[in-house]
Design a protein around this ligand. Structure first.
Ligand SMILES: [Fe+2]
Ligand SMILES: [Fe+2]
Length: 351
């Protein structure tokens, strides 16, 4: 590849030319203001995601590869607003033979939770096993046994938080740990109802999202959403447990239906008792903290403060000596996005 180096997404630096192998997560043919077609692509490898633009022969190239394919890319890293993106110079689908030749295993392309999935899983099971209420314990055991595969692999959400494999489990793990520590302070809380509510609040994601490497909303996810789907699943599972008390089921239904907190955030109910209020606020803590960390890490503007173009729409403090996140190989930079800019186009000999 001549003078170019192979790069993972988290290693990309503004201005450099590089080559690499990535998974295509999204691909859309769009038209610029001057009517020129281009491909707007989202690429992923085990270190993160980045937006890429292809201007050359965009219509023709649209048929050459699809979402879910592994591609070889030669390109340049450009800055746009406060993010970086790739300008693709060459792109080619990598077939099975070439994958073996280049030793490109699946783990090269999947972004996973930084936490250990099996350890989180066994800690959650420990918590379920310690629940004394037989109905709550049966209910959670049923759900966690039946959906183990999905609970271990799905992302926390498509874009907003923990948007990587195992992200849902990480989110459940974080929220249940926070819940456990809150119980030490407020002993008037019904701990078992609260913990069961936390463990069940996002089960609707099992039916809202699907996919193996590239996740997407299911039809029922788009039509109904995880809040109501979760309530449906809870009713179905509770029905299978003989004598499940109606009031207990209603309280759990309410926790699921109110966990987004406010009507303006598409919550069908607002929390009506302390355990429901706490589930909503814990969910908010874990989600917002992730978004803040991610906004700080993926910001590429100079100095100690981020720009305002982030979820919070305000400047965030990066520290006295902020390292440019993209210079740091260990950094988890995810969801970098930007818009198209143009630079000079050089041919490469990669393909
Ligand atoms: Fe949720
Ligand atoms: Fe949640």
């Amino acid at each position: 590849m001549g003078e170019r180096d192979r790069r993972y997404i988290a290693e990309l630096n503004e201005g450099e030319k590089f080559y690499g192998f990535y998974l295509v997560v999204e691909k859309v043919l769009k038209y610029a203001k001057n009517d020129n077609p281009y491909l707007d692509i989202l690429l992923q490898d085990r270190t993160g995601r980045i937006t890429a633009k292809l201007w050359e022969k965009a219509q023709e190239m649209d048929a050459e590869f699809n979402v879910g394919d592994i591609v070889g890319v030669a390109g340049a890293v450009e800055k746009f607003r406060d993010s970086i993106q790739i300008k693709i110079e060459k792109i080619r689908r990598i077939d099975e033979e070439k994958r073996i030749e280049e030793n490109l295993t699946d783990s090269e392309f999947i972004v996973t939770t930084p936490k250990n999935i099996d350890e989180m899983w066994s800690e959650i099971w420990e918590i379920i096993k310690n629940i004394k209420n037989p109905y709550l314990s049966k209910l959670l055991s049923r759900i966690y046994r039946k959906y183990e595969k999905q609970l271990k692999s799905l992302p926390g959400s498509m874009r907003l938080h923990h948007a990587y494999q195992g992200g849902l489990l990480e989110h459940i793990f974080n929220t249940v740990k926070i819940a456990k520590s809150i119980c030490k302070v407020y002993d008037e809380i019904n701990e078992e109802l609260f913990i069961a509510g936390v463990l069940a609040h996002d089960i609707g994601k099992i039916r809202e999202l699907s996919g193996r490497y590239v996740f997407d909303y299911t039809d029922e996810g788009n039509f109904i959403g995880h809040v109501v789907l979760g309530r449906d699943m809870l009713i179905e599972e509770a029905k299978e447990i003989e004598g499940f008390p109606e009031l207990l089921r209603l309280k759990l239904e309410h926790i699921i239906l109110s966990h987004h907190g406010k009507y303006e955030w598409q919550s069908p109910k607002e929390p009506a008792f302390p355990e429901a209020q706490l589930v909503y606020q814990i969910d908010e803590i874990d989600t917002r903290l992730y978004q803040m960390k991610n906004s700080i890490e993926s910001d590429v503007s100079e100095g100690k403060w981020t720009s305002k173009s982030n979820y919070f729409k305000r400047v965030l403090y990066k520290g006295e000596n902020p390292e440019k996140p993209l210079d740091n190989e260990d950094n988890e930079t995810r969801g970098k996005e930007g818009k198209e800019t143009k630079t000079d186009d050089k041919q490469t000999s990669l393909f």
